[in-house]
Ligand binder design. Structure first.
Ligand code: TYC
Length: 104
């Protein structure tokens, strides 16, 4: 309390936690072209050409793979963008997201 009788209420310091991160998973299908998947990995997920090809082939051979790791909103936006691009070309490409394990 100061001389004017004013009390300054101090908010309890909220701990600044790192936001939870989400893996964006790319799923294989028989119809989406390899070129389209590589284009998406380069343009939306910002992988260089070699990494994009590596991830595309991994998904092709293993059915699922990680396109990238992002905060929830960024992950959601990328999935929406890619699905809109795929639908435009009538590709059934599917992406999902899953939270990373919480660190200790
Ligand atoms: N399996 C597709 C093909 O042979 C290529 C592909 C790879 C499709 C990755 C989707 O997420 C995917 N044309």
């Amino acid at each position: 309390e100061n001389d004017a009788g004013t009390v300054t209420q101090v908010k309890p310091q909220k701990k600044l936690k790192r936001p939870r991160l989400y893996r964006v998973l790319l799923h294989n299908d028989d119809y989406t072209t390899r070129e389209f998947v590589v284009l998406v990995l380069r343009h939306i997920f910002h992988l260089d050409e070699q990494s994009a090809i590596r991830v595309m082939l991994h998904v092709h051979n293993n059915d699922v793979g990680v396109a990238g790791v992002f905060t929830r909103e960024v992950a959601e936006t990328k999935i929406e963008k890619v699905e809109a691009m795929a639908r435009e070309q009538e590709f059934p490409l599917r992406l999902t997201m899953e939270p990373e394990e919480e660190e200790a």
